[in-house]
Design a protein around this ligand. Structure first.
Ligand code: MTE
Ligand code: MO
Length: 317
């Protein structure tokens, strides 16, 4: 998905393929972030391998697996998951994200909880996670592009953090904002046409749902940078783009937040975006999905198989 621009556009010098407006916008962007002279800051291809780990902020790995989320499913191969990523802040090439994260600094990681709440917080995300504890859960994960994986996440229920923040009665939505450091991730400058930072959102009741977690690790280890270190959202019944990576701000709002993908293509990536095999994407079917390691095609399930947990959130009764 996300072929808002033709794939080839990324392989040509930008000034030859983008409209004047976009080029000008990029120049402004470079200036704003202190890259004078118009040269792109070339970020070295990280020498670290796919398995490079951040320190993990003092959390103990592996965390105890929650027995309620310990299905007998075969896990996706760890290396395949770590080398097939969507993280547009770095690149649109899934197989290259893990090579481009070398300069991404993920510790310390200030996280701001703000907006319509009684108890706004500024915290170090890893300290907060250590203090409140993490657990492991095996979840299915389904990208809107019709690929899927089964992975063990480590994290905590977002509801824990929301309860501490005490949203006000007017708060109806939660907005999630990703880091934006153009000197640490080449995608910002290479793709100035995207409305950065990556922003996602949930209804407050979806954010409070016990399946919704903030993940600090995967495969029993601290989160590798390409998976959204040090802390990311995971919403297993929605398409993967709802699960924002490397979150720096969580904000309670009265109005439905404008998300990055919704502002680019609302008919393709609407706000709700629950996994649904019966609703095709405008450009492809959602009836089946491809497991990224085996290549097997399997039937897509309504709510990604989590209907018994979440269908009641959407019943119109
Ligand atoms: N900040 C940010 N979060 C993001 C994305 C992104 O490009 N930037 N891509 C999303 C998409 S489309 C998917 S499918 C998942 C991929 O997560 P993974 O690479 O850990 O499998 O991250 C989501 N979160
Ligand atoms: Mo995705």
């Amino acid at each position: 998905m996300f072929q808002i621009l033709k794939r080839s556009a990324f392989n040509l010098p930008e000034r030859l393929v983008t409209p004047e407006g976009t080029y000008t916008k990029r120049r402004e962007f470079l200036r704003q972030f202190g890259f004078a002279g118009g040269g792109l800051a070339v970020l070295g291809l990280g020498a670290q391998g796919w398995a490079a780990q951040p320190a993990g902020g003092g959390l103990k790995y592996p965390a105890t697996r929650n027995p309620d989320f310990n299905p007998k499913w075969t896990l996706t191969d760890e290396k395949v998951a770590a080398t097939y990523n969507n993280f547009y802040e770095f690149t649109t090439s899934k197989d290259r994200v893990h090579r481009l994260v070398g300069k991404f600094v993920t510790e310390p990681w200030p996280l701001e909880v703000t907006g319509l709440c009684e108890n706004p917080m500024k915290m170090d995300a890893m300290e907060w996670a250590s203090l409140h504890g993490v657990e492991e859960r095996i979840y299915r994960f389904r990208c809107v592009e019709a690929w899927a994986m089964i992975v063990p996440w480590t994290g905590f229920q977002l509801s824990k953090l929301i309860e501490k923040a005490k949203p006000k009665p007017e708060a109806k939505f939660v907005k999630f904002v990703t880091f934006m450091k153009p000197d640490q991730a080449p995608g910002f400058l290479n793709m100035p046409q995207y409305p950065w930072p990556y922003t996602e959102g949930l209804r407050l009741d979806e954010a409070m749902h016990p399946l919704t977690i903030m993940a600090t690790g995967i495969y029993g280890k601290p989160m590798p940078k390409q998976h959204g270190a040090p802390i990311r959202l995971v919403v297993p019944w929605k398409y993967g783009f709802k699960s924002g990576k490397s979150i720096v701000k969580i904000e309670f709002t009265a109005q439905q937040p404008k998300t990055l993908w919704e502002s680019l293509a609302p008919e393709e990536y609407p706000f709700e975006s629950n996994v649904d095999p019966g609703v095709p994407h405008p450009r492809w079917s959602q009836a089946t999905e491809r497991m990224i390691d085996s290549g097997d095609r399997v039937k897509t399930q309504l709510y990604n198989g989590y209907g018994s947990h979440v269908a009641k959130l959407y019943s119109k009764a």
